[in-house]
Design a protein around this ligand. Structure first.
Ligand code: SAM
Length: 433
């Protein structure tokens, strides 16, 4: 595809805003290599690192981010394995994993991920938060918000509310509320050129310019939602200065935001402005990304639940300190770590879906099987039965009647109803292999 870069002089030209001719040649040469890097994020709530490395000894730890591993897709086709269906890991682009890593949310945070689908950065954030605090994972496109919700569910995230809104829906109600914000902005996607040919065909400089103005709008709005002392991470998978440094400069010159320095590592590229970092495939084993960290001046109290109980009137009116808050909506029961006011938002998944109360008893939702290890009746199944279950088949296991949580290697698989030695499959039809 050298053709693209020779034909599309605009692409080369526009990189001159911050790169030398030599650097542009190196970047373009690396984009012409077709060697896509594969990585995954391990869900340690389901499998420990030791167990994972024992099973897959040739994975390579990510140079910076804990629990992310690079692998050879020929040797380990992780996307096709049963462990993928069980939410043991999430397939994750190596550069993307730096975003939540540097934001570093924890169990005291109230986090908003503004453009979250398909969900890598949200899932990573939720894992770092230990399934506590609150994470609002938002996606503007409805179809993508359902994909996001299903990934959040498979990965067993209990602290995550999936919403489907334009950013304006959060204003003014949630101004100053979030202690951490992820803005992984819609972008022209040059960092995806090696992975998706179509990104090259769609790329134009005009697109870069119009996205740059959208990104500037989004970052200013996002900043109003940030709590004093809070941190925002801005990222794109674009190499364009207009979508990266220029957006951050726009924020810095229009607000009191300050820049948080990111480490000086040989594998990161920093432009002369020293605003954020670029990840280029010739320096870093990944497809390409840009990220910058921003802080809002002010003091942020981070003492365990005290933060949740903070007297700040915005936060206090939204959060009611109860662990494991259960609520009902139209006959369906949900659970969140805390009560959080989500009125006015378009909710796709208001925390973990527990199930519905039916005439015959409680009908447990599949989501719960990914998020809970304890259940009154548990049946550990072997690989053969796992294979059958994921295909939607009935199992024959001699156990007493009742509703069971099936597990494989102690990892939740799904629910089944045992009647006279036959296990009726409750694995959702849309997920069956
Ligand atoms: N953060 C995601 C992840 O880690 O999987 C990837 C997000 S992708 C780079 C950008 C997202 O922005 C897309 O899902 C897209 O639908 C969404 N988007 C597009 N226009 C938007 C807008 N005007 N406001 C907010 N999000 C938008």
């Amino acid at each position: 595809m050298i053709f693209f870069y020779n034909q599309n002089m605009e692409f080369k030209e526009h990189l001159k805003k911050y790169l030398s001719d030599f650097e542009i040649e190196k970047l373009i040469a690396s984009l012409n290599e077709n060697e896509v890097k594969h990585a995954l994020l391990l869900n340690e709530e389901k499998m420990t690192k030791e167990e994972f490395i024992n099973l897959f000894p040739n994975v390579k730890p990510h140079p910076i981010v804990p629990n992310v591993f690079l692998y050879n897709i020929e040797e380990y086709p992780f996307g096709k394995m049963y462990y993928h269906d069980l939410g043991v890991y999430y397939l994750f682009e190596p550069c993307s994993s730096l975003v939540s890593h540097y934001l570093s949310p924890n169990r005291n945070d109230i986090v908003l991920d503004i453009a979250a689908a398909p969900g890598g950065k949200s899932i990573h954030a939720s894992l770092l938060m230990n399934n506590e605090g609150i994470l609002i994972s938002n996606e503007i496109q409805t179809s993508r918000s359902h994909i996001l919700s299903s990934n959040i569910e498979r990965m067993g995230r209990r602290n995550t509310i999936v919403t489907n809104n334009d950013l304006d829906a959060f204003i003014p109600k949630y101004e100053g509320v979030f202690s951490k914000i992820i803005l992984d902005a819609p972008c022209s996607g040059s960092g995806m050129f090696r992975k998706q040919e179509s990104m090259k065909e769609d790329w134009t400089y005009n697109k870069v310019l119009s996205l740059s103005s959208l990104q500037k709008e989004l970052i200013l709005k996002a900043y109003t939602l940030l709590r004093p002392g809070g941190t925002l991470v801005y990222s794109t998978c674009s190499f364009s200065y207009e979508e990266d440094e220029e957006v951050i400069k726009h924020l810095l010159s229009n607000t009191d935001a300050t820049l948080v320095p990111l480490p000086d590592l040989d594998c990161f590229y920093k432009s002369k402005d020293n605003i954020g970092i670029h990840l280029f495939p010739y320096l870093f084993d990944g497809e390409g990304h840009y990220l910058a960290l921003i802080k809002k001046p002010g003091e942020l109290s981070l003492n365990d639940n005290k933060f949740i109980q903070d007297r700040n009137k915005n936060i206090h009116s939204l959060i009611n300190d109860q662990t494991g808050y259960i609520y009902e909506n139209n006959g369906t029961f949900y659970q969140m770590p805390y009560s959080f006011d989500i009125k006015g938002l378009h909710i796709i998944r208001g925390g973990i879906k527990l199930g519905t109360l039916e005439k015959y008893g409680f009908n447990f939702d599949h989501a719960l099987s990914h998020a809970s290890k304890s259940f009154p009746l548990i049946c550990e199944i072997d690989e053969d039965n796992l294979h059958k279950y994921l295909k939607g088949e009935q199992l024959s296991i001699g156990i007493k009647d009742g509703i069971y949580l099936l597990t494989y290697n102690n990892i939740g698989v799904g629910f089944a109803k045992a009647t006279k030695g036959k296990l009726n499959n409750r694995y959702p039809k849309g997920l069956r292999r």
